[in-house]
Design a protein around this ligand. Structure first.
Ligand code: GRF
Length: 211
């Protein structure tokens, strides 16, 4: 059975969706850089091993990442799932687990990398927004895309309403992407992910539509 380590920094709703998904994998550990991350308690209640590697205990990013990498490596994971993990990882860290780190980002990448994606989407007046699951490369919020979900931006949306609509999709597509990884259905070719057979493609998503 493949082994997954999940990294979180806060609420952990994506982590919770992964835990609830009954995957054919062992969730070996949930690790946080933030000792007060709400998701840690949820993981403990689900009887998953938890660890804290607090970035504040280290003089620099390199030493933190080395310690984090060693903590992760002790669990011999096949896949590292970044689920609202709010630290930028060093190239050394990413190369050590190359092709085995997935992230979820709350925008349709390559639009809106970085923070405050929902606010920026509203400000830019985009009509479709969404989320992206991608493999992690040293370039922030880049890397081969596995799956994306688009949602409409509605005229009366504020950041919270839009975030909630996107989050619901995050939970669905992240577990889907992980299932494909566990089933060995994903092949990274350059900057593209090839998904082996048996998937459907939805039609155009147009928003708004005439009444
Ligand atoms: C999610 O929107 C995720 O896409 C982003 O941070 C948020 C984390 O939420 N990277 P949660 O901790 O999974 O609830």
């Amino acid at each position: 059975m493949k082994r997954i380590v999940i990294l979180i920094s806060g609420r952990g709703s994506n982590m919770q969706a992964v835990l609830a998904a009954n995957l054919n994998a062992q969730i070996a550990a949930v690790i946080s850089n933030n000792p007060t991350a709400r998701g840690l308690q949820v993981a403990r209640e689900a009887r998953v091993d938890t660890k804290v590697v607090n970035h504040r205990d280290f003089p620099d990013r390199t030493s933190f990442d080395r310690s984090l990498a060693d903590t992760i490596a002790a669990y011999s994971p096949d896949l590292i799932v970044l689920a609202g993990f709010m630290r930028i990882l060093t190239e050394e860290f990413i190369r050590r687990f190359s092709g085995r780190i997935m992230n979820i980002h709350p925008s349709l990448l390559p639009a809106f990398p970085g923070l405050d994606t929902h606010r920026r989407a509203i400000e830019e007046g985009v009509k479709l927004h969404g989320c992206t699951v991608h493999f992690v490369t040293p370039a922030l919020d880049h890397g081969p895309i596995v799956i994306q979900a688009a949602v409409p931006v509605l005229p009366d949306d504020d950041e919270d309403r839009l975030a909630a609509r996107v989050l619901e999709q995050e939970h669905a597509v992240y577990t889907q992407a992980i299932r494909w990884f566990l089933d060995d259905r994903l092949a990274i070719e350059g900057n593209r992910v090839h998904l082996s057979a048996d998937c459907r493609y939805s039609g155009a998503m147009i928003s708004p539509l005439p009444a």
